[in-house]
Ligand binder design. Sequence first.
Ligand SMILES: [Fe+2]
Ligand SMILES: [Fe+2]
Length: 144
Amino acid sequence: MLGHPRTISYLKRAVSHEFSAVQQFTLQAVQAERLGLGSFADELRAGAVDELRHAEAFIRRLHELGAGSPSVQVAARPVGRTLTELLGFGMATEADAMRLYFEALQFCDGMADVGNAALFEHIHDDEVQHYQELERRMRGTARS
Ligand SMILES: [Fe+2]
Ligand SMILES: [Fe+2]
């Protein structure tokens, strides 16, 4: 199985996105801890592990396509100080992932590349879930 150069590029962008999400959620977990939000800190840590698994899945696919280990730049994403900021910045990250993976999925679909379309679709759906969890918590925060 060989990938279109644009598919390889989407996979590399995906790895970079996932690592920057891991960094952001790890920094946010410590900030949440400092705010006395222990259970939210645990959720952020679990979220960081989810994103790490996503990075691994994309890296594995790059190897399967013969593209080797990507060397990626990890962009710094904002952490936030308050709970509302943590949630807002996290939601922005999930929304970026949803946009990127949807675009990649449409490209792969157009190329009749079923395997890569399925990978992007699967991870896109995880990001939608992540987004919805943060959104639910944001609504709860607004009420309290
Ligand atoms: Fe992810
Ligand atoms: Fe996510």
